[in-house]
Design a protein around this ligand. Structure first.
Ligand code: SF4
Length: 371
């Protein structure tokens, strides 16, 4: 069975029926097969990006039941605070800033565009920003189409987007865990349009709450189909549900007696995703924030080939109970990778080899954003 699965994964021929059967098969053979496919497609190097995560506001009109982040401090970064953080990231050698925030009722497309310009006028750095939900929200409140927003954001310097807000792409689950968020169809639409506009995104899944394995598989196959059409996903990022300080965590505990996915389920997620995406998507990222460094190391032998970023600060998972910390130095990430018997490779957001750390730009600061 597993030799056949290996070959069909590489040929992009894994079906939902295969995936369902694999869930009942021997877990260790599943992991071995995913590891073999990873080796064939992505080699033995494990990539990581030196980046800084920045949540520009925690103020949000959203109602997601899994959120422990919104309105905890009620802050909104000023341009000066934003630039200070980007400047620190540059000094640290970061090639990327990842920017997301809550949904502000009074922040329009022009404000997001101004934020990008403020950074780009001052620093040369890849900007990986704004979830499909943020793009959907800014388009709605600004009275413009999603395509228009995406074009303006790209013109202002948006390099790529986090494919977050996907959660589980099954509407019956979305209605329960994030009723105010965009629907599955709308998420697919924003992401597809981003790819068509030349903005690559990641593909994420947030699993380990009220969804079933069938829901998870439906989700992954939706993303595989998008990838076959657009080739715009840079990587698949499974995000294990963090159950602390949010209403969904209490529901999961009451209904299922569970605090989230088990370690074994985490690893199965990596292995299955690797086999299902096959040649269509080479990069599968293990999130050290969600898994912790040790399980992330194991995931590197179950299909993953990337460890994500250094982050420098991470509020969303931390407020929901993640204990792995907010910052991992490049040296620590390299050590984790070497200790897992693999070779570290620093990459850019788009998986090119990263250039050595650049000096802080000497460019004159641009005009201040109109905020
Ligand atoms: S997950 Fe995002 S959109 Fe949902 S409530 Fe939290 S900050 Fe708002």
């Amino acid at each position: 069975m597993f030799k056949d699965i290996y070959e069909r994964s590489l040929a992009g021929k894994i079906t939902k029926k295969d995936a369902a059967a694999l869930l009942k098969a021997d877990a260790f053979e599943l992991f071995q097969t995913a590891d073999a496919v990873r080796r064939e497609l992505a080699g033995d190097a494990v990539s990581y990006v030196v980046n800084r995560n920045m949540n520009f506001t925690d103020i949000c009109i959203g109602t997601c039941a899994f959120c422990a982040f919104r309105n905890t401090e009620n802050y909104r970064l000023t341009d000066a605070q934003l630039l200070k953080k980007v400047g620190e990231a540059k000094k640290y050698g970061a090639t990327e800033v990842c920017i997301q925030g809550g949904l502000l009722p009074d922040m329009y497309l022009e404000d997001y565009v101004a934020m990008l310009r403020t950074i780009k006028d001052r620093y040369e750095i890849d900007i990986h920003a704004f979830s499909p939900m943020e793009v959907f929200h800014m388009s709605n409140i600004s009275g413009v189409s999603v395509s228009h927003s995406l074009k303006e954001l790209k013109k202002a310097g948006l390099g790529s987007m986090p494919g977050t807000a996907a959660e589980i792409l099954v509407d019956s689950i979305r209605k329960k865990i994030c009723p105010g968020k965009l629907t599955t169809k709308q998420w697919v639409d924003v992401v597809t349009k981003a790819h068509e506009t030349g903005i690559p995104t990641t593909a994420t899944i947030m699993y380990g709450h009220i969804e079933t394995w069938e829901d998870r598989l439906d989700h992954i196959f939706i993303q595989r189909d998008i990838q076959r059409k657009t080739h715009g996903f840079t990587e698949f990022v499974p995000l294990s549900f963090m159950s602390k300080n949010n209403p969904l965590g209490n529901i999961v505990l009451k209904q299922k007696g569970s605090m989230g996915a088990s370690g074994l389920d985490d690893l199965k997620m990596y292995a299955l995703a690797r086999l299902i995406f096959g040649k269509d998507l080479i990069n599968v990222q293990a999130s050290w924030v969600k898994l912790g460094p040790k399980l992330a190391q194991v995931a590197l032998s179950c299909g993953a080939n990337d460890l994500g970023g250094t982050l420098m600060e991470e509020r969303i998972s931390k407020t929901a109970g993640a204990t792995a910390g907010e910052c991992m130095s490049p040296e620590e990430l390299q050590a984790i990778i070497r200790d897992a018997g693999r070779t570290p490779r620093q990459r850019t957001t788009l998986y090119q080899d990263a250039k050595p750390a650049m000096k802080v730009s000497a460019r004159t600061p641009g005009k201040k954003a109109n905020k």
